[in-house]
Design a protein around this ligand. Sequence first.
Ligand SMILES: Nc1nc2c(ncn2[C@@H]2O[C@H](COP(=O)(O)OP(=O)(O)OP(=O)(O)O)[C@@H](O)[C@H]2O)c(=O)[nH]1
Ligand SMILES: [Mg+2]
Length: 303
Amino acid sequence: MFWNKKKKDKGKGPKANLGLMIAELFGKTPSLDTFYNELEEMLITGDMGGSVAMGIVDELRERIMKDKIKDKETILKELRAIISGNLKTIRILPDHDKLNVFLVLGVNGVGKTTTIAKLAQYYKKQEGVKILFSAGDTFRAAAIDQLKIQGERTGNRVIAQKHGSDPGAVIYDSIASAKSHGEELILADTAGRMHNKSNLVNELKKIDKIVNSNLNGGQYRKILILDATTGQNGLQQAEVFNEAVHVDCIILTKYDATARGGLIVAINRKLNIPVAFVGHGEGLDDLSEFSPENYLDDLLALE
Ligand SMILES: Nc1nc2c(ncn2[C@@H]2O[C@H](COP(=O)(O)OP(=O)(O)OP(=O)(O)O)[C@@H](O)[C@H]2O)c(=O)[nH]1
Ligand SMILES: [Mg+2]
């Protein structure tokens, strides 16, 4: 696996070994045309989506024709090169001795609150920063309590108001409170659902404006959480959030619970948003930096 799999994870994780499947397919198909068609199907089934799969196969076809490639090893090498051209990652780090805000976005149930706890753990271990949680999901009654539980579990202060209050006011309070208590990083939860889409977009824009005008100098990052098991829906979600507030990076959760690995490729190719981390379990340490090289090794392995 491209994260450090622990023993207890054995048997979980993306199992669709595309490399092996492609190698087998190549040996089986009567003509290159059949190979291309079946390869396209395979990539779609692996969650890359129709247009991305078609784009990749078209590029591959061109390379195979141009260089007169005939063996499966070279085909896989070319495929790797095509996919890797679009794979992007990013390290998001808070600035020391400044206040940083990482706004965590995403639709309901994708793993926002869990990921906030994991990020807190990660930054404490890596950077030793002081962290504050901001309970910006005021829309769903239980969301505030869930963040409070994670705050207790990870030893971080939580700023919250009551259910139904203005999320803009929560982030404003959180920034003021962090400034006076000396926390360096706010991990802010947000609502994944509102009465309708334009409500959600307007709320996010408001929060965005408040953060921009109240932060002096620290990093402000908008992190979109996507659930790897939702496949192509993830792409649509990314489009909506990106249009609303411009997303800086993506964290893909529940990678342990899917057999398909293609969503990352689709996101990178279509939206050009880097993937910062991958979540692979419910534990606090089940979060790893995304490594394109390891990911490709895993996706296209021949064993
Ligand atoms: N297997 C697995 N489960 C995860 C992962 N991340 C989150 N979960 C689970 O997914 C469910 C939803 O996670 P939450 O963190 O509550 O998601 P949320 O986005 O905050 O949800 P709402 O507050 O309802 O919008 C929980 O049961 C989590 O334990 C992961 O990487 N792997
Ligand atoms: Mg939540």
